[in-house]
Write a protein that binds this ligand. Structure first.
Ligand code: HEM
Length: 412
């Protein structure tokens, strides 16, 4: 392991984010709560410390939208956002007691029971996507399975017709890019246009559904009552929809694509799953642990406090690194190794914990399980296509996803 001088660490450099695991190891040993040089940001990397932060919303507030909504200062970008709806804090960037009011509106929609009832539909979608290329010997797996599967599922739930799925993908990419904060100015401008387009599309749909209720999430939101009986304002409903859309697409896509690469790189583990398919549930947890599609999240410190012996002043920003906590050797033995039988794989923090625990965790787990099972049942001899994979990820502070994934295979 190459050690670096932590006093010179530029953690948000895309090159560091591309492969941060040696650095996490060093940080966990030398300074598990690290004040990033030249900033008021504290990086929290140990499993126990990350848990302490995310389970204490009074001390560590989710009121961090200024960190993810910061525009580059360009007037052009600001003008585009002005032509859309105000951004209202609802789920991820809201604190108690308001957070609970919004969260309870969507908890039912994403309940385990409801997700279980969607299983047949998700299996059908996965198999239809695979039908389209099963008799080829090579596939662009990212675009022919990993991207469309979660989009189709969420589109059905949002009541968006299949013909408009490219729009959903565009809007979700724009939201992910904005949250990731590493886009150049041109891309930020395009993201702003796409996000405002998203707002207007769903604002019109909300109007329609208030007059013509249907059985889907967006209709439920359009007609939900809060604060002693008023309807959600449009900015409130749009804020929630945007989070469900972006959180639901990118992360699940990244979990499936990252999982397939892990299984290609660990053929014995793949073989184990083929011989004992019942282990797929543990494999899903192990993939979430090693891939951690949401790599980290912000918190704002509300009062002088201390984590792991390090004093943190009121007003500082904390960045919890889920991907580091998920490889903490205090919790996971041999943490870099994939083990589809790992007994405590589900102790990972890939979905967070506490009041902001991922709303879509059960849906994401189900999608990953179904996608992997269908692929393992119907195809074999997986290999990365030569010359077509960089195995690099989109630069992003909070999300991790492969830029491309082409594989060769044989049909079973
Ligand atoms: C593998 C896939 C996924 C991963 C790794 C993931 C990860 C996370 C994490 C770590 C958080 C907590 C953020 C925090 O620390 O504050 C979170 C929150 C959230 N997730 Fe997910 N997520 C995934 C899939 C989904 C899906 C499918 C949906 C919806 C359809 C979704 C919707 C949300 C929402 C709305 C929140 C905010 C909840 C709140 O603040 O109350 N996620 N997710």
């Amino acid at each position: 392991m190459n050690r670096i001088n932590l006093e010179e660490l530029n953690f948000f450099d895309p090159e560091v984010l591309e492969c941060p695991f040696d650095i996490y190891k060093q940080v966990q040993e030398e300074a598990p709560v690290l004040k990033l040089p030249g900033s008021d940001i504290f990086l929290v990397t140990r499993h126990a410390d990350v848990r302490q932060v995310i389970r204490d919303p009074a001390t560590y507030s989710n009121d961090f939208s200024n960190m993810i909504n910061a525009d580059s200062g360009s007037n052009k970008i600001r003008d585009v956002y002005k032509s859309g709806y105000e951004m209202v804090e609802t789920l991820l960037t809201q604190d108690p007691p308001r957070h609970k009011i919004y969260r309870s509106l969507v908890n039912k929609v994403f309940s385990n029971k409801r997700i279980e009832s969607m299983r047949g539909d998700i299996e059908q979608i996965a198999n239809e996507l695979i039908d389209a290329w099963i008799y080829d010997s090579e596939v662009d797996l990212l675009n022919q399975l990993c991207v469309p599967l979660p989009i189709y599922v969420i589109a059905d739930q949002l009541g968006v017709p299949r013909s408009e799925l490219p729009l959903l993908k565009k809007w979700s990419d724009a939201s992910a890019s904005r949250v990731g904060q590493l886009a150049d100015e041109e891309r930020q401008l395009q993201d702003a246009k796409d996000i405002v387009e998203f707002q207007h599309y769903f604002a019109d749909m909300l109007d329609f559904l208030r007059d013509n209720p249907q059985d889907n999430i967006i209709s439920d939101l359009a007609n939900a009552k809060i604060d002693e009986g008023r309807l959600l304002t449009k900015p409130e409903a749009l804020g929630m929809l945007q989070q469900i859309l972006v959180a639901g697409n990118e992360t699940s896509t990244n979990a499936i694509s990252g999982g397939v690469v892990l299984l290609i790189q660990n053929p014995q583990q793949q073989q184990r799953l083929r011989e004992s398919p019942e282990h797929v549930l543990t494999a899903v947890e192990e993939i979430l642990r090693l891939e951690s599609p949401t790599t980290g999240m912000w918190r704002r410190v509300t009062c002088d406090t201390e984590i792991g012996g390090v004093e943190i002043p009121e007003g500082a920003m904390v960045m919890v690194r889920y991907e580091a906590a998920n490889r903490d050797e205090c919790v996971f033995s041999n943490p870099e190794k994939m083990d589809v039988l790992r007994s405590n794989a589900s102790d990972h923090l890939a979905f967070g914990q506490g009041i902001h625990f991922c709303l879509g965790a059960q849906l994401a787990r189900t999608e990953l399980e179904i996608a992997l099972s269908a692929l393992l049942n119907r195809t074999d001899n997986w290999a990365l296509s030569e010359g077509k994979n960089t195995l690099l990820h989109h630069p992003n502070m909070l999300l991790r996803g492969l830029k491309e994934l082409h594989i060769t295979f044989t049909a079973i």
